[in-house]
Design a protein around this ligand. Sequence first.
Ligand code: CA
Length: 235
Amino acid sequence: MNNKQKILIVEDEQSIINFVTAVLTVNGYDVIQAKTGAQAQSMATSHCPDLILLDLGLPDMDGLDVIRFIRGWTRLPIIVVSARTQERDKVEALDLGADDYITKPFGTSELLARIRTALRHASTANAATPAEAAVFQVGDLTIDYERRRIVVRGNEVHLTQNEFKIVSLLSRHAGKVLTHDFIIKEIWGPGLKGDNQILRVNMANIRRKIEKNPGAPEYILTEVGVGYRMAEGDS
Ligand code: CA
């Protein structure tokens, strides 16, 4: 019986296909490949992969249209692969329902970490009764959701209600990037869409309270032009 998780690579550059296929195969994944958006759509429906690694720059169609198509019928995790010149597309891809992105050129460990995170979030989301952990821990940071307590390096830190909500939201999605608009909508509601200033101010205060060096944060990372990502928890 084959219990390997199946990953569909959608990519038109042969060198990247070869590299990614080799890395994933060695790490125990089954790999299937599509070189065009049309192929990707038909393979996604016929092979039911566990995850799609999707290049946005495809020869026959915009990768964003592939996301729209896939999201029309399934929540299966999609990790977008984008070039540096496609900064704006990252946000749009996430807003369309992509789970994460990785920027070319990327390394093996980054690729594998992104895939593990997306697969884990997918399996939690699919569970009949998703187990919400009571506590989140990464490094010297502990979040106790019920008591609304945050302890850093042994000391309790006092966050405002919104600061706590932001940290909780990011930690519930640890390892995954959340866009500015998504965070703002979750914390302040839809009225503030497009106004990142209030989020920046809150984030500066949070970092001052929880990071050893707010200029080089280790818990909440900045994804330039996109949003924030909480470091992966320890459990
Ligand atoms: Ca391409």
